[in-house]
Ligand binder design. Structure first.
Ligand SMILES: Cc1cc2nc3c(=O)[nH]c(=O)nc-3n(C[C@H](O)[C@H](O)[C@H](O)COP(=O)(O)O)c2cc1C
Length: 224
């Protein structure tokens, strides 16, 4: 079992990742605007995303890194050009929009409950996410989300980094997400929370975080 003390860069694919990328780009990202006032012209949410999804997967390059930052409500205040490339939305469209614009219907609600429970408590979140592209296609990522604190130590917003998700991890998550969505259809989010808790118990993981980190390490080890 891995120690909880690790950095996101430690969980990147082994061969070709740049260990300084996150810290370097994080400081570049400081230029991203945090305010979400009227100066941000476009405000899209998931109701503006394509209603028809397709089976077209956009492959995530192993060297790519998506970055976005949000205010405390999840409104996008910064995005890099890999995000625009992968999502199909322009930077102008993304800035000021809710991050749920790229929410894919194959993702269970409980995944986002875990995101927000963790980041609002200033804990880091790790997880695999299937995201919806503007053209109805999708892409998988291994995501890390963390709170950004202001000088007073209060949460001022959030930053997310996404990397390539290895096939083993995606193949592991697909049936789990499917079961969680089925549980949500039957018994709401309480049912999927219960199902996930039971699964973690049975597989011997003390938390979802432990399960994900363990999976990412195993999945990275399969990469050529
Ligand atoms: C920094 C940050 C990054 C996020 N990235 C994504 C993302 O890539 N895809 C996604 O569907 N939701 C993402 N979310 C979560 C969304 O804000 C939202 O909770 C989720 O899409 C579910 O939306 P819904 O509850 O309105 O259905 C992110 C949130 C934050 C704070």
């Amino acid at each position: 079992m891995q120690s909880l003390k690790r950095r996101y860069t430690d969980l990147a694919p082994r061969e070709n990742h740049d260990r300084t990328a996150v810290s370097r780009i994080k400081s570049d990202a400081e230029i991203g605007r945090r305010e979400t006032d009227n100066s941000l012209a476009k405000r899209f949410t998931k109701t503006d995303s394509p209603q028809l999804t397709t089976d077209e997967e956009m492959e995530f390059d192993r060297n790519d890194l998506i970055i976005s930052r949000t205010d405390i409500r999840g409104t996008i205040t910064y995005c890099n050009n890999i995000f625009t490339k992968m999502s199909g939305w322009t930077q102008e469209e993304l800035l000021g929009s809710n991050h749920n614009l790229i929410r894919h219907p194959d993702m269970p609600k409980v995944a986002y409950q875990l995101v927000w429970d963790n980041i609002k408590a200033n804990n880091e979140f790790y997880g695999y996410v299937k995201n919806l592209r503007k053209d109805g296609g999708y892409y998988w990522v291994f995501a890390y989300i963390t709170a950004d604190l202001n000088d007073e130590g209060e949460i001022a917003g959030y930053t997310s980094y996404r990397r390539y998700a290895p096939k083993l991890a995606i193949d592991t998550m697909k049936p789990i997400y499917k079961l969680l969505i089925e549980a949500e259809k039957e018994g709401g989010i309480e049912a999927s929370i219960k199902l996930l808790g039971g699964f973690l118990n049975k597989t011997g993981f003390s938390s979802y975080d432990q399960f994900i980190v363990d999976l990412q390490i195993k999945a990275n080890a399969t990469l050529q």
